[in-house]
Design a protein around this ligand. Structure first.
Ligand code: FCB
Length: 497
């Protein structure tokens, strides 16, 4: 199952071999009228675009991740990561692609930062590669790895960019996978050691930290259904991995806080609004469980020290390896929450999923569809942001939002990349974000995914999410039309530019 298909049916039920019919679900819904000459369903009016305003100190930004852009996979003493190992096995990644070279940003970061500066950016979300810092995952620190990120952060600050540092964007040291990976509870302490090392090295200049990127995605896709590194399957592995990650989040938070009182610590969560397919009690309860599993499984644990009610019939503590006292370890008084929003889901009740999660999640195809099959649904941005704001009252940063379209340079004008669909995507999502802010949500920043086309995990280089086109044969960077547009928006704080 590829990631697109997974996201169409992204429930734990997928593991129990459940089937679903999105056509059946579609038939139950009331689509607004649409057709030739009418705006696509879910689109945002020009009046909303014009009404959107953002505060002066809003953090206009973009995001990347180490493995997706850096390349240089053996440079300067770096250890092997699970993504190095996984991508080197033919059949795991579309087209046999790997991140060995990627965007070569390990060397070309000054050029990338210059692009951000040119586009009037205020914030940049990047991640540190754990195996560059601790090649074996524990013990010895590789000074060259730390020096590298220190230089990168200095260059960002010099360009007036706020560095937002993610500690873990999926590239676990392979040496730790050899010890069992995230299902091995010992990793929570190892991770906290690593978090402390990086905070000590960069915490004098970096204020804003994301502990994890999308903990649900890397535990479920990596250990549950095996389409991401390390490619393992089984619900027990997922439950255990997720529990270690929850412990690690709390332990790392305390380690970081001890080093830096001023650090603003959060996590970037993958979040998707999940509306019940009907108003039946079963579907409504299923949608609540979807929210518990997909959206807040790593947030409630941090804020309240307990798992949300994600399973019919109770939480499978035993399968997770939950021990007495773990509730306290999981706690982390996060300063902000990161939301990665890509698409919405429609949820219906489904009996006999293996551990009682008992829902089917379907990504509808009512709005326009991007190159990787994801539905464009700007209103989902409003829905998820307002839902999270009302529930938690925690400052929010949009840590990712973006779309894959394959537009490339014009043959007769190679410096021009017209990608109007991406611009439309961003202006409408940003308008919905502004509407949520108008309705009271405290949103501090927005990070488009991504500044560069890059290595899109199991999809290799086949999915281009960048505002900058990369010719992967030459590494030449060409800012797309959407990038120029985003630059004007970032400078003006408005969308009608
Ligand atoms: C998110 C990941 C990010 C990127 C985008 C498209 O789930 O966090 O690394 O792959 O999807």
């Amino acid at each position: 199952m590829d990631r697109r298909r997974f996201l169409i049916n992204s429930s734990l039920a997928a593991m129990g071999g459940m089937t679903f019919s999105r056509y059946m679900l579609g038939a139950q819904m009331h689509w607004p009228p649409h057709g030739p000459g009418m705006p696509p369903p879910g689109s945002v009016s020009e009046a909303e675009i014009k009404a959107a305003r953002f505060p002066k100190d809003f953090y206009w930004g973009t995001a990347t991740a180490a493995y997706q852009v850096e390349g240089a996979w053996t440079a300067d003493g770096k250890g092997e990561s699970i993504w190095d190992r996984f991508s080197h096995v033919v059949g795991n990644i579309k087209g046999g692609d790997t991140g060995d070279v990627a965007c070569d940003s390990y060397y070309r970061y000054p050029e990338d930062i210059a692009i951000m500066q040119q586009l009037h950016q205020k914030s940049v979300r990047f991640s540190v590669s754990w195996p560059r810092i601790q090649p074996m995952g524990t013990g010895n620190v590789n000074q060259k790895g730390l020096d590298h990120y220190s230089k990168v952060v200095d260059a960002m600050l010099k360009a007036n960019l706020r560095p937002m540092c993610t500690l873990y964007h999926w590239d676990l040291p392979q040496a730790l996978q050899d010890k069992g990976g995230w299902p091995n509870r010992d990793l929570y302490k190892y991770f906290a050691d690593y978090a402390e090392i990086v905070t000590k090295a960069l915490g004098d200049r970096v204020d804003t930290w994301a502990i994890f990127n999308e903990p649900w995605v890397f535990t479920f896709l990596g250990y549950g259904i095996g389409i991401h590194a390390p490619g393992l399957t089984g619900i027990d592995g997922f439950l255990k991995a997720a529990h270690t990650v929850n412990l690690a989040q709390g332990e790392a938070y305390r380690a970081m806080r001890a080093v830096s009182a001023k650090a603003k610590i959060g996590t970037a969560f993958s979040m998707s609004p999940g509306a019940p397919a009907t108003d039946s009690t079963e579907d409504v309860a299923a949608a609540r469980r979807f929210n518990a599993v997909n959206n807040v499984y790593f947030l409630d644990t941090a804020l309240y020290g307990r798992y949300p009610d994600a399973f019919e019939g109770g939480i499978p503590y035993k399968k997770m390896g939950f021990r007495e006292g773990d509730g306290e370890i999981m706690k982390a008084k996060l300063d902000w929450m990161g939301i990665n929003y890509y698409n919405r889901h429609i949820i219906s009740y489904a009996k006999d999923a293996e551990y009682g999660e008992n829902f089917n999640a379907v990504m509808p195809h009512q709005g326009p569809i991007t190159y990787n099959g994801w539905e464009v649904w700007p209103r989902g941005m409003y829905d998820i942001v307002t839902q999270m704001w009302k529930t938690y009252k925690l400052p929010i940063e949009i840590t990712e939002n973006g779309c894959a379209y394959s537009d490339g340079p014009l043959s007769d004008d190679p410096d021009k990349v017209p990608d109007a669909r991406r611009t439309t995507f961003y202006r409408e999502h940003l308008a919905e974000l502004a509407r949520a802010m108008r309705d009271g949500a405290d949103v501090r920043g927005y990070h488009a995914w991504s500044i560069l086309d890059n290595f899109e995990w199991a999809e290799g280089y086949s999915q281009r999410f960048g505002m900058t086109y990369i010719d992967f044969r030459t590494e030449k960077r060409t800012i797309k039309d959407s990038g120029h547009w985003y630059g004007r928006v970032s400078a003006a704080g408005r969308l009608d530019v």
